[in-house]
Ligand binder design. Structure first.
Ligand code: ATP
Ligand code: MG
Length: 397
């Protein structure tokens, strides 16, 4: 493929990737073209089609989650990204460089500085202590001992392992071992972090804790992440976008909201049915057009006339350039006698919501007040309002 200009901003571009395990991949690809199923190919040719025409891209700083059942090809995909396994066909570009064609020397450099990986089962050196495990990637990188210890210490502090430096990793709990794995991956200061079910071995409580810690950490370090999980809650918490895999294929890709609100088929719907909608709904998806939008410069009488004419239950006030000044209910406005009073009431109704923010706070506000909440963009331009009815509609759909 020639990389299109609009893909230049993407840090990772995966283009029509195939991976066949077995000694005769071309027989599998031919059978694929002839329309045979994955199961048929496996039984007839003894080849496993682990990745089937997978394409996607990841932006710099984005957390891209790959989800799917066991055996769907998640680990294979992430291992192809760092070329721990070779792809059968297709391309992977990282910062426009084709990873699939790197020579040994460039590949070593790529692994040393561009990507690092946190493995499904920790992948630590059991007889080394915490510090030496955290230093491992830096040793390969050829840093001096002082530098290694300094950097690794910073990462151990970051993941909450200060004080455990000299403990053997085999004596740590699963959660702590996974933190060591995370510290080791971060210590090399990679641009891209590949995480293959990093929390899968942990009990649910620790898992939730690690997950939210990672979300906080990500705000600070802003890495590009490819995060594998088969836990939807986890995907929704950490993912900017999610790809859902089945039998080696990506069957749906989108924001958590898109996937949960518009599953492409029953499989995805079933996968996602346990996540409550209020976790993924954002303000813009439940906002509606205000009953009446009123430019503040107009006088009070014409406002009241207009309000009666259109039977407005609420009025959204804007300035000349469309910026939100607040929302009042019709009965609020009826009792207003002067512009000063209107000023004061608008001054008190300062709540707005950014279009992209989660809808949960609006639910609790609107449970106690019938005044709709204006939804705005980053320039405070009015985009719509959230009303009690619009929330109930969205949640019951
Ligand atoms: N080295 C290998 N040789 C042959 N087949 C393999 C190899 N590695 C993986 N596979 C097969 O490829 C398919 C995808 O496996 P993969 O490990 O990528 O799945 P996964 O989605 O990571 O599953 P899990 O959630 O269990 O980790 C499976 O059918 C698996 O048996
Ligand atoms: Mg796996």
């Amino acid at each position: 493929m020639t990389v299109e200009p609009e893909q230049i901003s993407h840090q990772i571009v995966v283009d029509r990737l195939w991976k066949v395990f077995g000694n005769n991949p071309s027989s599998a690809l031919e059978a694929e073209n002839a329309g045979k199923s994955r199961a048929e190919i496996q039984s007839e040719f003894d080849q496993v089609v682990a990745l089937r025409d997978v394409s996607f891209h990841v932006e710099k700083g984005e957390t891209f989650v790959v989800m799917g059942l066991s055996g769907s090809g998640k680990s294979t995909l992430v291992r192809c990204l760092s070329r721990l396994i070779e792809t059968t066909s297709g391309h992977i570009y990282v910062d426009l460089e084709d990873v699939t064609s790197l020579d040994d020397k460039s590949l070593r450099e790529f692994r040393r500085s561009k990507v690092s990986m946190v493995f499904q089962n920790f992948g630590l050196l059991p007889h080394r202590n915490v510090m030496d495990n955290a230093c491992y990637g830096l040793e390969i990188k050829g840093l001096s001992r002082t530098e290694r210890y300094e950097r690794a210490q910073r990462m151990l502090d970051l993941v909450g392992l200060n004080g455990w430096e000299t403990s053997k990793v085999s004596q740590l709990s699963g959660g702590m071992q996974q933190r060591v794995g995370l510290a080791r991956a971060l210590a090399v200061e990679p641009e891209i972090l590949l995480l293959d079910e990093p929390f899968s071995g942990l009990d649910p409580l620790i898992r939730r804790q690690m997950r939210s810690e990672l979300a906080v950490l990500q705000k600070e370090i802003q890495k590009t992440m490819v995060f594998i999980t088969h836990d939807l809650d986890e995907a929704v918490t950490v993912g900017d976008r999610i790809a859902i895999m089945r039998d080696g294929e990506i069957i749906q890709m989108g924001t958590p909201e898109e996937i949960i609100l518009n599953p492409v088929d029953d499989f995805v719907a079933e996968f996602t049915e346990d996540v409550s909608k209020d976790r993924v709904l954002n303000a813009s998806s439940i906002s509606v057009t205000p009953d009446l939008i009123w430019s503040y410069s107009h006088d009070l009488n014409s406002l009241k006339n207009k309000m009666d004419e259109v039977k407005a239950g609420h009025i959204a006030f804007v300035n000349e350039s469309g910026a939100s000044l607040g929302v009042l209910t019709g009965s609020d406005v009826e009792h207003i006698a002067s512009m000063e009073e209107l000023d004061r009431m608008l001054g008190e109704s300062t709540d707005t919501m950014m279009y992209s923010s989660n809808v949960k706070p609006a639910i609790s506000k609107l449970a106690n007040s019938s005044t709709p909440i204006p939804v705005v963009d980053s320039d405070n331009n009015l985009l719509g309002v959230i009303t009690q009815a619009s929330i109930l509609n969205a949640l019951s759909e």
